[in-house]
Design a protein around this ligand. Structure first.
Ligand code: ATP
Length: 513
């Protein structure tokens, strides 16, 4: 299956089973905006809860916040977003399609990277257990050639972006002979800067209206509340503030499903540290966050770090945790050492002292900040795209199932009476009523048992509980495991703890810590 096909399959599965719908679909759809359906909202909430508990419950020195989307526009002047939150935009004159100039070059780089990955796979096949990846990367002539090419172009791109050299960027696109995938031509316009913030106005009459921006990141809500949190919680440096909330960006490229949206959700944590210790904390948070992702069990080889060469104006170190999405390795989470840039800028703009007083040493300072910032929708896509499985069974039939971690599956169990006669419905309802207080559980008696299993497989329900005639006699049920389809008898009075053992979020929290 190629990249496009596999993404298309996931999009249609999401729609068919109520995970994700295009926004305003009946009016032909609003581009790069999506609605989460009945199962999507469950999965998304489970991911949020997992992140939130990992930050707030597991780390003793992180507190939560829920700041407003609207903020005084001075916030965005201070943070630099009004002047500098731009993407370089380029149009193809033939297709009239609009692109991000840097992304065109990044896609070119991805192609070179795919060639390197292909050579590595060939090497793995050829040398089997004796394959030494490090050595192969250093000595294989084709890998060396592609890596040189990659490094040259990525360094050039980084330099052009950091110096905002738009003419240079256009020249690079010409030099690499990058073509528009739609028209197939290289008939490009010049590169222009494009500010990504949406603005609106508040106020009831013309004289007192005030321009406001929809926040393009949740982080600034944390910075402007820094003093409030310190004073109200007595948090001591080092400590963190975590927040989950919507962010808005007028993205130029609005493709790739929920990977790049105009309205999306971020889960950000700003960790305030003593100046000079930030790089130590930066490394620590890289480790914690990678382990957190790996705890989901999607496959450790699906993650890699990408260290930024082109550092944002506020950072002294930055990297992405990239995930192997259907369209290749792309950013899932950013980890940034943001220095004291934001607090300092807010101090200048607001004339309020954004300092922390350290009682132990009797000194005051503006803390440095290490940020971890993940897009919830991208996390959702990473989970869904890697858990979509098409399987041929021994009897020749096909099965599609979502191999989701049990702990975050939208529905944890389904109670399925063998039929709805002879008291099986009533028994099933009793069992459902017992389970519903603890688990998101479904009760389904329509269609054959085989079809009901398939439907639960397709939405990733880990456990199906079949109530049969024996259940009326022995008060036991058959529990079927989604992944290997094995079945076992469980006493009804043991059912809650049986399901809880296998689906509790505590399992993941323990794995990640
Ligand atoms: P990109 O380079 O892909 O545009 P970014 O570097 O601008 O992303 P950040 O500003 O670091 O992203 O935002 C933090 C996280 O928010 C990203 O790692 C990503 O998961 C998520 N994110 C950013 N932009 C979007 C978007 N348009 N749609 C969905 N998620 C997003």
């Amino acid at each position: 299956m190629n990249e496009n096909d596999s993404l298309k399959k996931i999009i249609s599965h999401c729609k068919a089973f109520g995970f994700i719908f295009q926004s305003s679909e009946i009016y032909d759809g609003l581009s790069a905006v999506y609605d989460y359906g009945p199962l999507g909202v469950e999965l998304k909430n489970n991911l949020k809860t997992y992140w939130w508990k990992s930050m707030i419950n597991l780390e003793r020195n992180i507190v939560g916040l829920d700041s407003a989307i609207f903020m005084d526009s001075k916030t965005w002047e201070a943070s630099g977003h009004v002047d500098a939150f731009n993407d370089p935009l380029i149009d193809n004159k033939d297709s009239k399609k609009r692109y991000r100039a840097d992304v065109l070059v990044e896609n070119y780089l991805s192609k070179i990277d795919s060639k390197i990955q292909k050579e590595i796979s060939k090497g793995e096949k050829r040398f089997g257990e004796n394959f030494d990846k490090e050595e192969y990367l250093k000595t294989n002539p084709r890998v060396i050639k592609y890596s040189d090419q990659y490094n040259k172009v990525s360094t050039k791109l980084a330099n052009l972006l950091s110096s905002s050299d738009l003419n240079g960027l256009k020249k690079l696109i010409d030099e690499l002979d990058i073509k528009d995938p739609v028209s197939g031509t290289s008939n490009w316009t010049d590169v222009k800067q494009f500010n990504l913030m949406f603005s609106t106005e508040v106020g009831s009459n013309v004289d007192n209206t005030k321009k406001l921006y929809l926040r393009p990141e949740t982080a600034q809500g944390i910075f402007v509340n820094f003093l409030n949190v310190v004073n109200s919680t007595r948090s001591k440096v080092p400590f963190g503030i975590a927040q989950i909330g919507k962010a808005f960006r007028n993205e130029i490229i609005a493709r790739q499903f929920i990977f790049r949206m105009r309205e999306f959700e971020q889960m950000e944590m700003q960790f305030f540290v003593r100046p000079g210790t930030e790089l130590e904390w930066y490394e620590k948070w890289k480790e914690i966050r990678l382990k957190w992702h790996q705890s989901l069990g999607l496959g450790n080889d699906l993650y890699r770090f990408y260290d930024h060469k082109n550092l944002a104006h506020y950072a002294n170190a930055a990297c992405d945790i990239e995930f192997k999405f259907p369209m290749g390795f792309k950013e899932l989470e950013g980890i940034h050492s943001r220095t004291d840039f934001d607090l300092k800028k807010h101090q200048e703009k607001s004339n309020k002292k954004m300092v922390y007083f350290d009682q132990k040493s009797g000194s005051s300072f503006i803390p440095y900040v290490v940020e971890t910032s993940i897009g919830l929708d991208r996390l959702f896509l990473s989970v869904l795209s890697s858990c979509y499985v098409e399987e041929k069974l021994d009897d020749g039939s096909n099965r599609v199932f979502l191999n989701l971690p049990f702990e975050i599956s939208p529905v944890k169990c389904a109670v399925l009476p063998l039929n709805d006669k002879d008291g099986l419905s009533e028994k099933s309802l009793d069992i459902f009523d017992m389970l519903k207080y603890k688990f998101n559980c479904q009760l389904d008696s329509k269609d054959s048992i085989g079809r009901r299993y398939r439907r639960q497989d397709a939405i990733g329900t880990p456990l199906c509980i079949t109530v049969d005639y024996d259940s009326l006699e022995d008060n036991s049920v058959t529990v079927r495991n989604r992944d290997n389809m094995s079945q076992e008898r469980v006493k009804v009075d043991k059912l809650v703890s049986f399901i809880d053992d296998k689906t509790s979020l505590i399992n993941l929290l323990k794995k990640s810590s």
